[in-house]
Write a protein that binds this ligand. Structure first.
Ligand SMILES: NC(=O)c1ccc[n+]([C@@H]2O[C@H](COP(=O)([O-])OP(=O)(O)OC[C@H]3O[C@@H](n4cnc5c(N)ncnc54)[C@H](OP(=O)(O)O)[C@@H]3O)[C@@H](O)[C@H]2O)c1
Length: 264
């Protein structure tokens, strides 16, 4: 039997989002994908869609060319003890904090490290990729093109893979929290929750799309909303006086430090 092109270990939030992205885009045929996760119902569901299901991590790694690891970082030592002797050619790791060196210390295959984010499940992801020098052009192209199908991709230096978590990996949660806070404030002022949610989400989509398409700087776009003597400048000045930048810096520092603590 020829090997599967791609195996995925761990079908939680991110593993399943990546898998669905691949299947929805027909990037690989379902029978070119091997899967293993702890939840049997999930395996059954994707078996019905034509994916190959393996009975454990060891079997998957011996039968897949590229293995994408999508479990929590805390589980990597246990997984490594099961698969370190396997014959995969390339490991793709999306685990926060786990370095390429960790894999080189335990495996002989090449390594690609990715920090994706969850909007990739609707084709609007943002992924940062780093890799070792061992990786073949074929494997790197396969993975880079896969993630390009799911959104924007940037290749970055591995030394910044923990810092980048605060730029794309964790950031959807920041955005959701900000929107939720804005909705709660609107509701406290008597605005209907559904109306507030709809207007705020559309405002985020519209503002982000404008920024993406604009030739102007971000400051110019801010200035275009903040007319002199108007209302918006009062809000922006308040955010500055209350030092939103310092709050964000602290939040990012704590996020990055956690990656370093759980990482390897
Ligand atoms: N979620 C995000 O937005 C995001 C963004 C960027 C990067 N990441 C990275 O993506 C990875 C996965 O995150 P997640 O949010 O998808 O976590 P998750 O929802 O907990 O998914 C992990 C999945 O792997 C399964 N699993 C654990 N050990 C396994 C093993 N040995 N073999 C097969 N399956 C196993 C888990 O099963 P059980 O639940 O039964 O343990 C779970 O279904 C993390 O390392 C994280 O750093 C996540």
């Amino acid at each position: 039997m020829s090997k599967c092109k791609l195996g995925i270990i761990g079908l939680g939030h991110m593993g399943e989002a990546i898998l669905n992205g691949i299947l929805n885009n027909n990037y690989l045929l379902s029978n070119e994908i091997g899967l293993y996760t702890l939840e049997e119902n999930t395996l059954y569901f994707y078996n019905e869609k034509g994916c190959l299901i393996f009975k454990n991590e060891f079997e998957l790694c011996n039968n897949c060319e590229i293995v994408l690891i999508a479990i929590k970082p805390q589980g990597i030592d246990d997984l490594t003890s099961k698969i370190k002797t396997c014959k995969m050619e390339c490991i793709v790791s999306i685990l926060a904090g786990v370095s390429i060196d960790y894999y080189h210390n335990n495996y002989t295959c090449s390594v690609i490290r990715i920090m994706p984010n969850l909007p990739l499940q609707i084709g609007l992801g943002a992924s940062a990729i780093s890799h070792d020098i061992k990786v073949s052009e074929k494997h790197l192209n396969t993975i880079v093109n896969l993630f390009k199908q799911l959104g924007v991709v940037h290749i970055i230096d591995e030394s910044l893979m923990n810092e980048i978590i605060t730029v794309n990996g964790s950031t959807p949660a920041y955005v959701y929290y900000f929107i939720e806070t804005m909705i709660n404030d609107a509701v406290s002022r008597g605005i209907n929750e559904k109306v507030a949610k709809d207007l705020l989400i559309q405002t985020f989509i519209g503002s982000a799309t404008m920024l993406k398409q604009s030739n102007k700087s971000i400051q110019e776009e801010i200035d275009a909303v903040c007319s002199k003597g108007g209302t918006t400048i009062e809000a922006i000045n308040t955010l500055k006086e209350k030092k939103l930048n310092e709050i964000i810096h602290l939040a990012n520092t704590n996020c990055i430090n956690k990656a370093k603590t759980i990482g390897k």
